[in-house]
Design a protein. Structure first.
Length: 106
DNA sequence: AAAGTGACGCATT
DNA sequence: TAATGCGCCACTT
């Protein structure tokens, strides 16, 4: 059970048609079950997702705070990611996700 | 054990 | 709004 697995677990909880940010995930993991972790950096969350190649993890529902998609290393490229989000009903404003309407609030 | 690395975030400019 | 600089934490050599 590594830190990565917990990140993936949270990502899998994101309902269809919703998105969340790296920062939000970091906050959610701030108080781990074992209490071993105190602070998590959003950077670390993104890094965890980068390492993940599991198709069951909806990484495309995770965007940065500006609603922008991962520039360099999206799973299938930015365009594909955007397309998938649109297919789920996630609204876009230009090239950015409409976070105001689609941010996932557990 | 120490240094390098990265799907980010925030305050400034 | 976009571009810069700095902090951040877990993981891999």
């Amino acid at each position: 059970m590594s830190f990565f697995d917990e990140v993936y677990k949270v990502v899998k909880l994101i309902p269809k048609g919703k998105v969340t940010t790296y920062g939000e995930i970091a906050l959610r993991l701030r108080s781990g079950p074992d209490g071993s972790r105190i602070n998590i950096s959003p950077r670390t969350v993104g890094w965890a997702l980068h390492a993940n190649t599991d198709p069951k993890t909806p990484c495309h529902r995770v965007v940065n705070k500006d609603g922008k998609l991962a520039a360099n290393f999206a799973f299938d490229g930015e365009r594909e990611q955007k397309r998938r989000l649109l297919a789920e009903g996630v609204g876009f404003i230009g090239e950015r996700v409409n976070l105001v309407k689609h941010i996932w609030m557990p």
